[in-house]
Write a protein that binds this ligand. Structure first.
Ligand code: PZK
Length: 292
């Protein structure tokens, strides 16, 4: 079995890493790190990386009929030291846009709407409030910023960056279909998937392929359905305890983020596990055995 230390690190994000495997494969490793207000805390949330990998696996398995994806394995070829929180994937030629789908008005979508009445060039009905559900999910692409925040762009700009209008239309339609599937499933289990971000690439045969992570709490807004109340910012299903605690400390949201106390870590870990169990309908205990 390969050890992680033997694999070249090819990219590192705030909370995960990508290593190069053999024969055009990559190993995506989700850490237990957590960020609030875009800053990573020094304290990990145990099992967070495994929950995110388990959720991506669940959605990849359920959406192969909509679009092929990059997943190869969460067992064979995964080093023991990252078992449960790593996925072996096919290397793709990634498209240069973030494929965001929004079912609700939040974050930069709400900001842009208040300013212009549109989100990424899509006309949205007047009179909506923060966190309102949209009449239908919309494709709101963004640039991939190497530093700072992604910039929302309209469909024409996305097509220009992709360099193929028909392919961009396919990406839009597939993004909305995967979001719609996941959002309906999550809603039946008490979680509102307000929005989500996908990344796509082309495989060795030029086929459009879903990559990255799918509908995890790190790539999406998860809201507890029983607390949903439009007209305000919604609580986060997973991160709310950390946010509330961090605010109460008077932290100014600039680095470094403060260490998280044990009780907040414990309650946050329980929320991630609850999200996994609600969405998959399986005990989280069963996840690790699936990866051996
Ligand atoms: C790829 N990222 C984003 C950055 C991360 C992830 N299947 C693929 N083929 C080629 N490249 C990528 C993928 C995927 N997924 C994704 N960067 C490259 C990213 C930093 C850390 F974990």
């Amino acid at each position: 079995m390969t050890a992680l230390a033997d694999l070249p690190l090819i990219a590192s994000g705030k909370v995960r890493e990508i290593y190069e495997g053999r024969d055009r494969t990559l190993l995506i490793v989700a850490s237990d790190r957590i960020s609030t207000y875009d800053v990573v805390h020094p304290t990990p949330i145990p099992d967070k990386g495994a929950v995110l990998t388990g959720l991506s696996t669940f959605w990849f398995e359920r959406t192969t009929g909509i679009v092929p994806n990059h997943m190869i394995s969460v067992a064979d070829g995964v080093p023991d030291e990252v078992r449960g929180r790593a996925m072996l994937v096919r290397r793709l030629d990634m498209l240069p846009i973030e494929c965001v789908v929004r079912g609700y008005l939040s974050g930069s979508g709400w900001k842009d709407y208040q300013r212009t009445g549109e989100v990424c060039g899509i006309r949205v009905p007047p009179g909506l409030s923060e966190s309102d559900r949209l009449p239908e999910p919309i494709f709101t692409p963004a640039t991939k910023a190497t530093e700072g925040h992604d910039e929302n762009i309209d469909f024409d700009r996305a097509a220009e960056l992709v360099g193929d209008r028909a392919l961009t239309e396919q990406v839009r339609d597939v993004s909305i279909a995967v979001y719609q599937h996941a959002a309906e499933h999550a809603r039946e289990r008490g979680i509102i998937l307000a929005d989500t971000k996908f990344e796509f690439g082309l495989d060795a045969d030029g086929q459009l392929t879903l990559g990255d992570e799918v509908c995890t709490p790190d790539s999406s807004r998860f809201w507890p359905a029983d607390e949903y109340e439009p007209g305000r910012t919604q609580p986060s299903f997973d991160k709310q305890f950390v946010r509330d605690w961090a605010s109460s400390t008077g932290w100014d949201r600039n680095p470094p983020a403060p260490a998280i106390p044990d009780d907040v870590v414990t309650r946050t870990r329980e929320k991630y596990i609850e999200a996994y169990e609600r969405i998959t309908g399986e005990p989280f205990d069963g996840w690790l055995s699936r990866t051996r």
